[in-house]
Design a protein around this ligand. Structure first.
Ligand SMILES: Cc1ncc(COP(=O)(O)O)c(C=O)c1O
Length: 401
């Protein structure tokens, strides 16, 4: 054990460094040496927060929303969230079932810490968002990973779900649209999964819908709108992705009352209520017509089309067409075993590292998302950066033999 490991808690030693942040750190190190790196490792829109939202925040400052806030969020904001859930998702919540947090990330960790402990199992369809597994480990619970592949469009089947559930299953966490695969579950697919969930009343399901508005094809369906399991679903959402508001740190959930109360209790001891000024901004965002996000979505869709064609042209990249979010998730395992000079590409970590050092493009290894055959490439970047990046990746891969 290193000196550093000795000094930090056992709890901290259970956690891994965020793979996406690690990649960002490595690309900054290269940039500091004067190297031009295209960073496609990040999960944030490259747009600015719309002016009407900034205006609401300015009003919030003038109206002195600057004190400690109610822990679960301001009442009128929670009322707006109830209306949003009804308008967009067909979900019925009362304000006391809503908890506003410092980002959707906090909403999810609140739920994990409020529901599971050692001995409990948490089902995670892979690829999963990197933080889910770390949160489960943090709570001392056991992650149960269901693997999927590109042939299944990275979606689990009801049979896989049924096989994964045991009497220790307490929670399942998934995102649709999914980070990192971009896959979207249709209403029929969610219904079929709900048919399995309904037989396991001890299980709570977290439906992470943070990419709801970045969906190019299928109409968005919320798992919680399915009658037979609606009382066991916690729907998590936020303003970070849809409204380019990652830095404002506002997420929220609608959940069964017992769970909302549990999360409020927990949050009350950690961070208290989320920033009042940010809540005023987020209230304007959730009250706006969802069509305000159409322009951003159209730009992402154009980039998706470009990326699909460009990545398909790279030898060894197997590419599907993600229906949502802003990531490509090619299968790249046919490149394992290839070499550049003395460097052998043994796995997706090696490939991400090679593409960074040789091609100067930052991506993230699929291993971090529980899919070690893949690579995550964000297209939340300008077209010129995407053109430059895909050309560089093609060049780097062409040097492998
Ligand atoms: C699937 C998923 N859920 C939740 C979050 C967290 O979002 P927030 O910025 O609201 O904490 C992210 C951010 O990358 C995400 O990709």
């Amino acid at each position: 054990m290193t000196q550093e490991n000795n000094q930090v808690s056992a709890f901290l030693n259970r956690l891994s460094e965020s793979a996406t942040l690690a990649m960002t750190r490595k690309s900054r190190e290269l940039q500091a040496k004067g190297i031009d790196v295209v960073n496609l490792s990040l999960g944030e829109p490259d747009f600015e927060t719309p002016d009407f939202i900034k205006g609401a925040a300015k009003e919030g400052i003038d109206q002195n929303f600057t004190h400690y806030m109610p822990v679960p969020g301001y009442q009128d904001f929670r009322e707006s969230i109830c209306k949003k859930f009804k308008r967009d998702n067909g979900l019925e919540f009362t304000p006391d079932q809503i908890v506003v947090s410092t980002g959707a990330k906090q909403s999810i960790v609140n739920i994990v810490l409020a529901t599971v402990s050692e001995g409990d199992e948490v089902i995670l369809p892979a690829p999963y968002w990197v933080s889910y597994i770390e949160m489960v480990k943090m709570a001392g619970a056991t992650p149960v990973v269901i693997s999927t592949d590109i042939a299944a469009d990275y979606k689990i089947t009801p049979a896989q779900l049924a096989d994964a559930i045991t009497e220790c299953t307490k929670l399942m966490i998934f995102s649709s649209p999914c980070n990192p695969s971009g896959s979207v579950y249709s209403e029929a697919e969610l219904n079929a999964l709900a048919d399995v969930m309904v037989d396991h009343p001890q299980m709570t399901i977290v439906s992470d819908e943070i990419y709801e508005h970045i969906n190019y094809t299928t109409a968005h369906c919320s798992l919680g709108s399915i009658e037979k399991i609606k009382d066991r679903v916690a729907t998590v959402n936020g303003v970070s992705k849809a409204f380019a508001m990652t830095g404002w740190r506002i997420g929220y959930m609608g959940a069964p009352l017992w769970l909302a109360n549990a999360c409020s209790k927990l949050q009350g001891q950690f961070t208290s209520g989320a920033s009042g000024i940010s809540q005023r901004a987020a209230k304007a965002a959730v009250e706006a017509s969802p069509s305000v996000t159409d322009d951003m979505k159209a730009q992402f869709e154009k980039r998706r089309g470009f990326m699909k064609t460009a990545l398909e042209a790279i030898p060894g990249f197997e590419v599907n067409e993600p229906e949502g979010a802003f990531y490509m998730f090619p299968k790249i395992s046919s490149l394992f075993g290839k070499k550049f000079q003395d460097t052998v590409i043994a796995n997706s970590d090696d490939l991400a590292e090679y593409i960074l050092t040789e091609g100067h493009v930052a991506t993230v290894s699929g291993a971090a998302f529980g899919s070690p055959d893949c690579l995550r490439i964000s297209y939340a970047a300008s077209m010129s950066d995407l053109e430059k990046a895909t050309e560089r990746i093609l060049n780097a891969i062409s040097k492998l033999s």
